[in-house]
Design a protein around this ligand. Sequence first.
Ligand code: SAH
Length: 338
Amino acid sequence: MKSIFSVPYEKLETYFLSIGDKKFRATQLYDFLYKKRVYNLDIMNNIPNTTKEKLKEEFDFSFIKILKKQEDTDVKKYLFELKDGNRIESVLMYHNYGISLCVSSQVGCNMGCAFCESGRLKKVRNLEANEIVEQLLLIEEDLKLRITHVVVMGIGEPFDNYDNVMDFIRIITSNKGIDLGSRHITVSTCGVVPGIIKFMNDFNQVNLAISLHAPNDKIRNQIMPISKAYKLDELMDTIKLYIKKTNRRVTFEYIMLDGINDSLECAKELATLLKGINCYVNLIPYNETENIQFKRSKKVQILAFYDILKKSNIAVTIRREFGGNVDAACGQLRAKSY
Ligand code: SAH
């Protein structure tokens, strides 16, 4: 049975029309689910019983489950169990500008980036849109707060699950429901070019982040298999097209791996690569994990790398670190079994 939390607003309108009901039922139902947060049809008093019966036959209103919650300064990590027993995680972060949620988009991941702990578990399956929506609903309910920003940067490659992730975005941005601003949402990809092309046509207000991690194919090929499918030239051309079309600034994520991609030559090459592109670079100190041999770059190296970019007029920040103590940092999700 399809989950009600997988249905974008327009599709719900179409559904009500298809059963001979009124379009505005969709407004009523969205209002209960996403504004009042009432999930029990029996207490939705303005919806007729005949409609309720049909909804019960057609849609599943139940939720995934929170299995465990771990906390650290300004961060909470949630472990969820899906209805088929698979497990995923999300991370909530308190920033000075708001509260952001990092959601997972797949169970496991097939991209095979050499440095990433999450990808050691190969993709088991895509998440359905509702399984992403429910991460947000359950955490908001658990903490009695409203999330202001969403990043699709948890486990999985969002553009390897394009349709469901986009339905998730449609659902959380609908002004009939959660009404999160598109500009408060960021989708991060390791560089799946066809996904970027679709995305620029479908969602030109949602932020795009690219996990770049290297300034040339030689290094990128060593650490990110996707770069063999889509070479850096092609990726950069696509990003330029994206910026032309959307007029948005793109974020490049660059993890700092000791001795791999953190030399000053790399910094210069990166500055040349990004020259004139409307972007900003987020340098991410690598989070070491037990199972992977890569080391975090030395602090002085990160700062020197940063300086070169800065002097080349590239907007750059060093990512604030979250969640290392509870394995909630980038690349650490679902590393340990429970
Ligand atoms: N597949 C998408 C979404 C995952 S985002 C993507 O690749 O963008 C997760 C981010 O954390 C990516 O930029 C990833 O490269 C980065 N990352 C992975 N392992 C990491 C680690 N151990 N330390 C720091 N960042 C890591």
